[in-house]
Ligand binder design. Structure first.
Ligand code: ADP
Ligand code: MG
Length: 335
């Protein structure tokens, strides 16, 4: 604002704020009241009740044009959906219940309003589905592409958040859903190949479901000893659990749940499943004495390995030979 200081008050008070206010009004009109929000959009701060005996979870994640999405590849509703998924997936990985989301959005001046509206459609329909309220945010102009930051608040009963540090030798390793479906799409796009069909045929990449319900069950039933969401890739995220828990892990290649790419094609390759990012599935460990259902909240759960005392990760191949597993997280859309 500095450059428009005194002498240009009209510009400050009328032109700039109106564009911003209009947008905020639009957002506000599209956001209903939330069960877990006392005051949402419209005041200086949102006011949220914290359930007694609970702790607050807070997570924040960027969605940056050119890094996390490309406007020529990702329709705006997918960008909005994925933006909120990033935050909700973190809450899921702690076993938490989401309370409210906050969106800081900076857009280029020449961005069509319809892009923003559709971005919000994607974000708000996922919010509705998961029952989380958009309770605030910030709006600004960007000089380098669309920048969105999502903050999600959640809650968990005191002392019950599922941490990365709880894995013990002898625990089994599990994953929800299927692996590699999102990464295989990224690979195709980066290779300049056209996807057959529609974006909705590739939900794992364009419209991933954050595993909030599964995370909550794993916490309520005290099944998981450690948990993380797969945002960087199985190998990298398992490494995070191993490092934080000071243990090692063995993954069995023959049981990995490989995603199917699109409607017609076959399964993704092992590399995509092991290292592909943005899967937004949950990776968790559970004591061998726990009974872990093969499906939780309608999502398949697969046992893929075990935690060992010796640090580092190993991959047991289909031929029975074991090799070192090196974390090779996904690098998004940056060149
Ligand atoms: P302040 O100057 O106090 O930060 P703003 O004018 O930026 O107020 O915002 C007014 C209200 O609109 C606040 O409740 C804020 O949280 C909300 N808001 C602003 N931008 C967004 C956005 N992109 N998404 C959701 N709510 C927003
Ligand atoms: Mg503000």
């Amino acid at each position: 604002m500095g450059q428009f200081a005194a002498g240009n008050k009209e510009y400050i008070d009328v032109i700039l704020p109106i564009a911003e206010k209009l947008l905020i009004d639009r957002i506000r009109r599209r956001t209903g009241p939330g069960a877990r929000v006392l005051h949402g959009i419209g005041d200086d701060c949102a006011v949220l009740p914290v359930p007694t005996g609970h702790e607050v979870l807070v997570t924040t994640d960027f969605s940056l044009e050119g890094v996390h999405f490309r406007r020529e590849w990702h329709p705006p509703d997918s960008v909005g959906h994925r933006c909120l998924t990033r935050g909700l997936s973190d809450i899921a990985a702690m076993g938490g219940r989401p309370i409210a989301a906050f969106l800081s959005l900076a857009t280029p001046q020449d961005l069509p309003q319809i892009w923003i509206d559709s971005f919000l459609t994607g974000l708000l329909s996922l919010a509705k589905k998961i029952a989380v309220t958009l309770a605030g945010g910030d709006t600004a102009e960007s000089h380098s592409g669309v920048l969105a930051d999502i903050v999600v608040l959640g809650s968990v009963p005191r002392g019950r958040a599922i941490l990365r540090s709880g894995a013990r030798p002898g625990d089994s390793i599990y994953v929800t859903g299927q692996l590699g479906g999102s990464a295989a799409v990224i690979e195709q796009l980066l290779a300049g190949k056209k996807l057959s069909g529609r974006v909705t045929d590739y939900p794992a990449h364009f419209f991933p479901t954050p595993r909030v319900a599964v995370g909550r069950v794993l916490r309520e039933k005290r099944i998981a000893s450690a948990m993380i969401d797969i945002s960087d890739g199985l190998s990298t995220d398992l490494d995070h659990i191993c490092q934080e828990s000071r243990v090692g892990g063995v993954i069995h290649a023959n049981v990995l749940p490989l995603a199917q790419l699109g409607k017609a094609s076959g399964r993704v390759d092992l590399e995509s499943a092991l290292h592909g990012g943005e899967a937004y599935e949950l990776l968790f460990t559970a004591s061998a004495s726990k009974r872990v259902p093969s499906s939780i909240a309608g999502v398949p759960v697969t046992k893929i390995g075990e935690i060992i005392r010796q640090p580092g990760m190993r991959l047991k191949n289909i031929d029975g030979k074991t090799q070192r597993l090196v974390p090779k997280g996904w690098q998004h859309f940056s060149e």
